[in-house]
Ligand binder design. Sequence first.
Ligand SMILES: [Zn+2]
Length: 148
Amino acid sequence: MGRIRLAPGLFWAAALLVATSGCGFDPEGDQPIAPPPVYQEWWAKTEACSGLTGNFYRVQWSVVEGSSFPCSSGQCAGHWTTSHHIFLASDWQMDEMVVRHEMLHELIGRPGHPNPPFGQGCPLTWATWNGGAAWLDVVGRVPPKSVD
Ligand SMILES: [Zn+2]
């Protein structure tokens, strides 16, 4: 008949969970996916434009439902991690620019956007994709998000 009380141990376990999940860079709620066949084509194009080679099969792919997810630079449509894991917002998982942008991070092995190859060589940024016309492609969708 009394009020339900959480056991003290449970409280601290819950608090710890909130603390640890709140500060990670990895988006939450991601679903692992098998890369669709076109990704291999995009990978080959990205290797060609950058002059770099990498191991496509080392990359782990995950999709987060929606148009963006929280990331280190705000809200992202895509995010690459040094552990060869690429996260994509589900609305962008078949967007060549977003996917190949993350592939290029994997090939150069670092975050940030040194030019070249970002821009010169591989126009895989919002400003350079399609001669800067990427905005035209996204009418009817949310405005471009960061690609991390
Ligand atoms: Zn990036």
